[in-house]
Design a protein around this ligand. Structure first.
Ligand SMILES: [Zn+2]
Length: 194
């Protein structure tokens, strides 16, 4: 999948698991869980890429391919900027793609090792194999770019919904009982410094 899709997934995970306010600190274990889930989810998203516009080789002479890829960079930067409070989760969502930089370009390890590691996790291996078995191969079909756009929209909608709901729960005076429960779950770090 494209970086913007991985970032959108990281944003949804960050919004679901971590405090919405930059001044609130999350327990290290929860941060580790969020980063780990983002990294593990990467391989599954890549499996879904089979049903999206994802030509294995660059099509430099194809105007659609060029326009699509020119659009992807600013889109990824916008998502990264909007959810920068969880930058480490968004960074975690791209870690397996070190395979293509450190693995393929620099030769530090076998390319594909990190992706294979994610797919070797019990439970994920079966889902990954199933996805690759049932999804049609649309990687050369330009209209399939819409599938990835819809997926990004869905992930961002989840991120915004989680962010709004957690901000509401944590708001003082709005829902005291829920706010107290939330603080208990998060390790009760106390009020934000002013
Ligand atoms: Zn990848």
């Amino acid at each position: 999948m494209q970086a913007v899709t991985h970032f959108a997934c990281g944003a949804a995970i960050g919004a679901a698991l971590l405090p919405p306010q930059p001044s609130e600190r999350a327990p290290l274990a929860r941060i580790g869980l969020a980063v780990g889930l983002a990294a593990l989810g990467h391989a599954l998203l890549d499996d879904l890429a089979r049903a999206t516009y994802h030509p294995p080789e660059p099509h430099w002479s194809d105007p659609f391919w060029l326009a699509f890829h020119l659009l992807l960079l600013p889109a990824a930067l916008v998502v990264l900027w909007r959810f920068r409070r969880w930058w480490y989760v968004l960074a975690g969502s791209l870690v397996p793609d070190l395979d293509w930089v450190a693995g393929r370009a620099l030769g530090l390890w076998d390319p594909g090792t990190l992706h294979a590691l994610g797919r070797s996790v019990p439970g994920l291996a079966g889902i990954s194999a199933w996805l690759r078995g049932v999804l049609p191969d649309l990687r050369e079909v330009p209209a399939a770019a819409l599938h990835e756009a819809l997926l990004v929209g869905l992930l961002l909608a989840c991120a915004f919904a989680c962010e709004r709901s957690r901000a509401r729960v944590g708001a003082p005076g709005e829902d005291g009982a829920a706010a107290t429960a939330e603080a208990g779950i998060d390790g009760a770090v106390g009020p934000a410094p002013r």
